[in-house]
Design a protein around this ligand. Sequence first.
Ligand SMILES: *Cc1c(COP(=O)(O)O)cnc(C)c1O
Length: 435
Amino acid sequence: MEKHKNVLAIDGGIPVRIKPLPEESPGIHYYDSEEREAVLDVLTNRSPFRFYGPHVTNKCQVLEEEICSKYNIKHSLCVNSGTAAIYIALAALEIGPGDEVLLPGYLWTSCINAIITLGAIPRLVDIDDTFTMCPEDLEKKINKHSKVVLYINMSGTTGRIDEIKKISKQHEIKVLEDNCQAFGGKFKGVPTGTIGDIGIVSFQLNKVITSGEGGLIMCNDEHLFRRCFGIHDLGYARDKLGILMDTSCDEKYHMWGTGSRMSELQGAVLLAQFRKVDKIISKMHRAKYTIRENINNIDGILLRTIIDPDGDTGSFLIITLPGRQICQKFVEALRAEGIRSKGYANPCVSFLEWGLHLYYNNKSLVNKKSLHPGGWPWTLSENYFSTDYNYRKGELPVCDELFDQSCLLKISSALTEKDVENIISAIRKVSAHLL
Ligand SMILES: *Cc1c(COP(=O)(O)O)cnc(C)c1O
């Protein structure tokens, strides 16, 4: 007996596809001779340090210049991770004990780490239908301790960042824009990462372009940039030969450094990757919007609100379903239909499986953990106002509801037309049974 094609694979039917989908990690699918030659150039010249060496090839510097010119921003600075970039940017903005940093409940753990290790207090803000910070809730949460809004462009694109900026400006609060997940994206024509007072980026494996590890800071303000420079390095400026200006540097810019420089080897890979960024994004964008257009009329499926679809990098598709159990079943059924990959980057996950992206899954945060036995920063007298702050599930009703009922599809930069077709068929098939 022929098995019925319209029986769900999870119930013993024939799956839509067998072959695993390509992994996400958009950048690595585009590695070719350009990345290899750039790295070889650094090795051949025996100059892996960006500031001096026998024959520096200036990969990091050229990368910074090209980023500034393409994204129309005055300063950019390569660093060694997105996590370091957040710490440096917050330190440059003079965040410390007594200050509160507002951030959304849909986040990545690095965003919280930096706030706490600087001695400040994270304050959670709810999200809205864009899955990024909700302007109305931000307005409600702002108080006299609020110093910086850490706005995060989550899952490939931004939300109502223009409203966030307006509210922040009214309250004289700076905006740090975390663009780790949306590098190369835009909002109403303006490159994401350049909308806040400082923007930060990650070049870790899962991001739009990658050198395995790496990060970037972008800003227009010269003073902030000079602070970032010292903090990212060893606390001092460098002269034209790349030597630390330990005595001659302007005293105003004597900082404490964090040893977060980028190596020329990373710079080399990223320079080659950066020149492909539009190509990578257009591939993901086309795949994502083909899928969206083909599933948006299915009853029971709600798609994430995208304010500016043209500026979306396309790296993630978010679907909200009518209920928690149905969402989990939907994801499991899609995987059974073959919407999965071989290994580390499962392309289809429910939010409840999305780990440290959800505020309440971060046990260190929920339990107000400290690196120091004294309990710092929670126990500091300057942070008295945070005694009643709570980070447990239940704090942010919109987050909690959306996390329960939503799932993500990671859009690989290597999907073929057939892969996209299969994804659409699988969603249609599973929806017809479950919704
Ligand atoms: C990846 C990521 C970071 C951290 O970047 P690393 O380079 O891994 O340190 C920070 N914020 C967000 C939103 C991220 O997705």
